[in-house]
Write a protein that binds this ligand. Structure first.
Ligand code: ACO
Length: 421
């Protein structure tokens, strides 16, 4: 193992260099404070690796995203979301018997406890579905008290329970909001069909999932399934590192995802596009506002901490949006506005210089809209997709030989000691 020498105040220490399989280099500073008294300071963690992970690889400069080694372009539209979830969680795609078992368990655990249905009555009708989702996921821990067990079988079962039940909670919050009866999951349907069934079925009629919607949703869920150490995944790891139960850790991730700088951007994009349309589609004004440092306005769905080249997920979603709308015979003026806005921004020096491109959230809302999913549920859809990633990272962290409670340090810059008078 190579190392880097660091000289601090005349004291030389050797810091080991960690090299990843894709040739990424990191300096291991775990002994830095012990040996020198210094810590590192990196607000926003842009230069800080919090763990070594085998799950997802991103090269932001080249626009590369791979799950367990598989390029996202090879997975999108070619495999199922549940197979992708299995891959992220276990490292390999399932064989036939693993696939059947996983699918059977997901179907078996899709119902939530009957008493939990009453919880939906306690939320105001206009509650944001992300508020409902994060509360209900925490509440699952009350109904599954074995959630703190470190028994491997129970851990695996809890992972299945979360994957299976969160989509039911999401669909129920939609039904409640719309004054519609809850539709129980159907054991005959696969994961994506079941979600659409619970969302959109008419309780009086047999449900037939539109294959265009099933394929589109399957694609979107896969594209959102993991993205290494983003804000919500790091939150899940941080919360889980106290050995909090898995439902609580995932609920923390849901709350982190909700913010408009992260997963909440998909809702913010559609709201922004609607605003632009109501403002005579004056794109230039909005691009100008985004560049104005006195304004807090940003082009939502643009920019990314890691991708300084095009986000590969956005590329796939953009072309899928065209196809899905065409197949559904929908003409959405917001898609035209989005494309125009992208074009103007990509030719603007401000965006070019800073490497600001559309991210995953820029076009996804256009497809959700076409599917009949309300704008305030877009981030819930993101959460459904991201569950396998959160769970895979949570599991990886607990099994890591380096496992430790996550506890960053700080540089204190407040009052020096003072005494009460
Ligand atoms: N519109 C206008 N300017 C932007 C934008 C934007 N969307 N994004 C970044 N910039 C500018 C910043 O003002 C900054 O300019 P400066 O160097 O002149 O000060 C520069 O680009 C770098 O931006 P930072 O905020 O430092 O980049 P950071 O990596 O911290 O933030 C983020 C990334 C949060 C995604 C940011 O680009 C943003 O706010 N985008 C809009 C919200 C969004 O779409 N979020 C979803 C991200 S994808 C996801 O989480 C699923």
């Amino acid at each position: 193992m190579s190392s880097i020498k660091l000289n601090i105040n005349g004291k030389e220490i050797k810091l080991p260099v960690i090299k990843g399989t894709e040739n990424e280099h990191g300096i291991n500073i775990t002994q830095l404070r012990k040996e020198t008294g210094y810590i590192t300071l990196d607000p926003g963690y842009a230069n800080t690796g919090a763990c070594v992970s085998n799950i997802t690889f991103i090269d932001g400069e080249k626009g590369i995203l791979r799950y367990r080694g598989y390029p996202i372009e090879q997975l999108a539209g070619k495999v199922s979301f549940t197979d992708t979830a299995f891959l992220l969680l276990n490292g390999e795609f399932p064989n036939i018997s693993e696939k059947n078992y996983f699918s059977k368990k997901l179907r078996q655990h899709a119902n939530i406890h009957e008493d939990m249905k009453r919880f939906f009555d306690g939320f105001p009708l206009n509650a944001h579905p992300m508020a409902t989702l994060s509360s209900m996921v925490t509440a699952l821990s009350a109904f599954h008290p074995e959630s703190e067990s470190e028994d491997e079988e129970i851990i695996e079962l809890n992972i299945i329970k979360i994957l299976a039940k969160v989509k039911t909670i999401a669909a129920y919050s939609y039904r409640k909001f719309n004054g519609l009866p809850f539709i129980y999951p159907d054991q005959e349907l696969n994961y994506v069909e079941n979600f659409l069934h619970m969302m959109f079925s008419d309780s009086q009629e047999e449900f037939h999932a539109d294959p265009v919607l099933v394929d589109a949703l399957n694609l979107l869920l896969i594209l959102h399934a993991d993205h290494e150490q983003n804000c919500s995944t790091s939150t899940v790891r941080l919360a889980g590192s106290s050995k909090s139960n898995v439902f609580g850790a995932i609920s923390s991730g849901i709350s982190a995802l909700w913010g408009p700088l992260h997963g909440g951007a998909n809702q913010a994009v559609i709201e922004m596009l609607k605003k632009i349309r109501n403002d005579n589609s004056d794109y230039k004004k909005y691009v100008q506002m985004a560049k104005d440092k006195k304004s807090s306005f940003r082009l939502m769905g643009f920019g990314h901490r890691v991708y300084k080249n095009y986000d590969p997920r956005a590329k796939i979603i953009k072309s899928a949006a065209d196809k899905v709308l065409q197949k559904l015979k929908i003409n959405d003026p917001l898609l035209d506005i989005a494309k125009e806005l992208e074009q103007i921004a990509l030719e603007d020096e401000y965006f070019v210089q800073r490497g600001l491109y559309p991210n995953v959230d820029f076009y996804s809302g256009i497809i959700y809209r076409a599917m009949g999913i309300p704008t305030n549920m877009f981030t819930v859809m993101f959460a459904l997709g991201r569950l396998p990633g959160w769970l895979a990272h949570w599991k990886e962290m607990l099994n890591s030989p380096d496992f430790k409670i996550n506890r960053p340090r700080q540089i204190y810059n407040g009052h020096k000691k003072r005494n009460l008078k």
